[in-house]
Design a protein around this ligand. Sequence first.
Ligand code: ATP
Ligand code: MG
Length: 575
Amino acid sequence: MNDDRKTGAPVPDREQENENVDFIRAIVKDDLAAGRNEGRVHTRFPPEPNGYLHIGHSKAILLNYGIAQEFGGKFNLRFDDTNPEKEETEYVESIKADLRWLGADWEDREFFASDYFDQLYAWAVHLITAGKAFVCSQSLEDVRAYRGTVTEPGRPSPDRERPAEESLRLFEGMKNGEFDEGQYTLRAKIDMAHSNMKMRDPLLYRIRKVHHHRTGDQWCIYPFYDFAHGQSDAIEGITHSICTLEFEVNRPLYDWFIENLPVPHKPRQIEFARLNLTYTVMSKRKLLKLVQEGHVSGWDDPRMPTISGLRRLGYTPSSIRNFNERIGIAKRSSTVDLDLLKWALREELNQTADRVMAVLRPLKVVITNYPEGQVEQIECVNNPEDPASGTREVPFSREIWIEQDDFREEAPRKFFRLKPGAEVRLKHAYFITCDAVVKDPDTGEVVELRCSYDPETRGGDSPDGRKVKGTLHWVSADHAVDAEVRLYDNLFREPFPDQGGNYLDNLNPNSLEVLTGCKLEPGLGGVEPGYRCQFMRQGYFFADPQDSQPGRPVFNRTVTLKDSWAKLEAGGKTG
Ligand code: ATP
Ligand code: MG
């Protein structure tokens, strides 16, 4: 990572043809220029419906959808649902909702690999008939043991030379439920000495007597992913089968299937590096465990790197798209700084979010020289970055709340917030000076400040040019709306949670702090779930789509105003 001098954003290393075109788009351009695929461009996103989508998937979605859009092509959504026991309709629905939210439109082209089970079965029969597949009785352990190693060739299965007619009969028996799970498999007959282990007579079908979320109990044999994936692309007329780098070793096998089957179309596979993020785990298996073991409240817990978690935290689709544009597409793996994702969000919210006042940990201030019962409406700018956002009125009165942190009785010289005898500005309102501190007689805890205000400083400016360094946000006590505020932080405390043993050991014990009795300016009382704003000096916040309701707001902290290192740099400065 280096720094982007213009914008201050952390920038990942890229590997691009030129400013605008990554290597995959360059291939697509080239194919179009050469007239391949009858001038068509057709991509797809092929999730396995065994979990919710995460931020890594957004890279694959936006890449595939983006290419289809830019080159006048088509984009399919295809569920690769060959693994019946792990797949659920709940996942299918969540995946579709997430794609829609990200803005990826598959129109009416929603497919399932299970739609192709008949075709795949017919193609398996085709291979057997051609002497290129056989029914094998080896146990999975033996299959593994016979496969050999990278340095040693494998040994052939004793069933490798089984006559085609016999394999056909057995395969039909497998399909008809005549055998037990594990009794037989169907394997391709390729090369047990191949340098690529994937080519050593790979498994094509297994017996699984389980219910499938779409085909029900129709099938008791299921194709392996490797036998389904490329052929599904071929059936759909996919021109560019874009997938992540770990499938590079599968490519010779996928090509072998395509060469040896009467497919209607030959897709080209291109691999790119998957997205890894610091402070994040991305494997669905690991995310599922976080959910199942209750480390988070669900797949959409705002700390999860899932699309639904990010959405609930307050991310916008456009910030995720901008993030993906920034990271670009590369052929070599790297890990992107989580701060870049947060930066993309902050950049956007800075332009769009209204600045409002909310006191999260309230301390009462009584302005002793302010007339009792008087209320003034103070005009506040909604968003200085957006003149069209206008202003609003916020009531000011004798008793207000300020942040506990904004007062220190024993303060260092450079503490520019409130301390005994010091003067600060209340944002948009007046200068106040702290005259006295009221403490709980038993605990010694500060419970109230007695301050006086200067009526000449209305609007936050002093007529005599007197300077104050600190500016505090505040909320009128009589008018405040109570709220719950959830302060979310990184789910993991280590930048590489997977390293060094168990990722669960690296969970951040302070990833969520729930504050109740927070005091909001009155206009926030009625906000709808999904409302976004900046709590001045605190960060960007989002009215929780599930738990917030008008009159009883619940806010999630989406992102702080600055990343933590920037905060340290800024030292004690405020305002
Ligand atoms: P996991 O290993 O977590 O189960 P997966 O890759 O098996 O993830 P799929 O549902 O198969 O999950 O993924 C669908 C598509 O999304 C695939 O084409 C895959 O290459 C892509 N994808 C998955 N994770 C990432 C990632 N971190 N970055 C970019 N693309 C990804
Ligand atoms: Mg997968």
